[in-house]
Design a protein around this ligand. Structure first.
Ligand code: UGA
Length: 447
């Protein structure tokens, strides 16, 4: 039997990584995107965003690059994709709708509608995007209606759990593979696609459509809840004089709780967690199950409070008003090892301070271009040292390794006041204090 040919529709963080990983696993892969510039970059082996390890995978597989396997090609044509693929992975994004909690399904709907007319033989379409529960059933019926091959076109739902910054690693070595199917053929085909990771012992969970869709939103809701839980504890610690970092360490030793995702600070952001919990609440409301998720409203508001609290701490630190004050901001991305500034707590805090009259200078190792695009009126510098020059307070808002490795003594020469606020509880307080800095963090006693 000929090896399966795979298309990947949508080449953002998820799709570009999935396409490259499938080529790495030995499949012939065609990546499709409707944005020609993205396709041109990828076809030349360049990654349109920062994702560690992805450029190396492209170099190894993109057709036409010297020494590559040639297994990975790119196109903007749905006709070509329809002819090529036995399995079509749909990886387009589902952002939050403007001024609404619900997510915008228009990219998924349009990808399915554009692909379907070109499906003339039995194939499997696999949804990987994060969608409101109930979408898969609706889309499966739509595909059958629009595809010339009719009922020979099957749909499966296969949520993705990769983290930005670890996308390659998470795709090649997932914690688990979850597939939602309506028939045995879809399961058989997906077992073949994932034979390599499964052979390495990755658990496979086979279930129905609604459960597979819910697994993804449940997982992200749990992670968001864990972060807001520890941030709520940070609020109480601040009121009571406790230390949230010690508290997290102590409760994390209990295996039932676990130590991960308990870092208190300015909270979660990015293109997934915030919009996923909101879309989940919106969908539960439509289903008449809104009461089940009211706690997520609290998770969201604890999270948003963190940003305001950081602004307050900074304002107090500079004497009650930002007017005429220079503020250095280290970090713009929503987390380290990414250039993504979508719903970034760091950029939000920087923006609030700027709007309150502070002179803000931001530096981020990878997020400068995106930050400038989103918030062009902030000041930007080419290094942490430059950002700190003349600053009355330094805010550490994204925990890049580069910031942990900074020499506080050297930075201390650049600033007006040696005052650092750690919004991620990631710097070493002793090192900074030893270099003459006043170090303050969220949820910890001020020394
Ligand atoms: C998240 C999930 O972790 C992935 O499993 C999921 O596949 C992905 O969303 C998605 O839905 O596509 P990601 O958005 O890349 O991944 O980022 P995370 O590593 O989850 O971090 C999210 C935010 O939480 C960041 O702003 C981070 O700084 C913050 N965070 C994380 C904390 O504030 N404290 C922690 O202890 C951990």
């Amino acid at each position: 039997m000929a090896p399966l040919k795979i298309t990947v529709i949508g080449t953002g963080y998820l799709g570009a990584t999935h396409a490259a990983a499938m080529a790495e696993l030995g499949f012939e892969v065609l990546g499709l995107d409707v944005v020609p510039e993205k396709i041109e970059m990828l076809a030349a082996g360049r990654v349109p965003m920062y994702e560690p390890g992805l450029e190396e995978l492209l170099a190894a597989h993109v057709a036409g690059l010297p020494g590559s396997t040639g297994r990975l090609r790119f196109t903007t044509s749905y006709e070509e994709a329809g002819e090529f693929g036995d399995v079509h992975f749909v990886c387009v994004n589902t952002p939050q709708k403007h001024n609404e909690y619900a997510c915008d399904m228009s990219y998924v709907d349009s990808a399915m509608a554009s692909l379907a007319p070109h499906l003339t033989r039995p194939v499997l379409v696999v949804g990987k995007s994060t969608v409101p529960v109930g979408s898969a059933e609706r889309l499966a019926a739509k595909l059958v209606e629009l595809a010339p091959a009719g009922a020979d076109v099957e749909l499966a739902w296969n949520p993705e759990f990769l983290r930005e910054g670890f996308a390659v690693q998470d795709t090649l070595h997932p914690d688990r593979i979850v597939i939602g199917v309506q028939g045995e053929r879809a399961e058989k085909v997906l077992r073949e696609v994932y034979a390599t990771p499964m052979a390495e012992g990755t658990p496979l969970v086979v279930t129905d459509f609604p459960t597979s869709e819910l697994v993804k939103t449940a997982a992200n809701s749990f992670l968001a809840t864990k972060i807001s839980f520890i941030n709520a504890m940070a609020e109480v610690c601040e009121a009571a004089g406790g230390d949230v970092v010690k508290l997290a360490e102590a409760i994390g030793h209990d295996e039932r709780i676990g130590a991960k995702f308990l870092r208190a600070g300015i909270g979660f952001g990015g293109g997934c967690l915030p919009k996923d919990i909101r879309a989940f609440m919106a969908r539960a409301g439509e289903l008449g199950a809104d009461q089940a998720l009211t706690f997520l409203r609290e998770v969201d508001s604890i999270n948003m409070r963190r940003r305001g609290h950081m602004v307050e701490l900074a304002r107090d630190a500079v004497g009650g008003s930002f007017l005429g004050k220079r503020v250095a901001v280290l970090g713009a991305t929503f987390k380290p090892d990414s250039d993504d500034v979508r719903d970034s707590p760091a950029l939000n805090v920087a923006g609030q301070i700027h709007l309150q009259g502070g002179q803000v200078t931001v530096y981020d190792p990878k997020g400068m271009d995106n930050a400038r695009r989103v918030f062009p009126t902030l000041g930007y510098a080419d290094s942490a040292l430059e950002a700190a020059r003349g600053a009355e307070v330094v805010l550490h808002l994204t925990e890049w390794r580069e910031f942990r490795d900074l020499d506080p003594a050297v930075l201390g020469e650049a600033v007006t006041d040696r005052l650092v606020l750690d919004g991620r509880n990631a710097l070493d307080p002793e090192r900074w204090r030893a270099a003459g800095w006043t170090y303050r963090a969220m949820g910890r006693p001020f020394a």
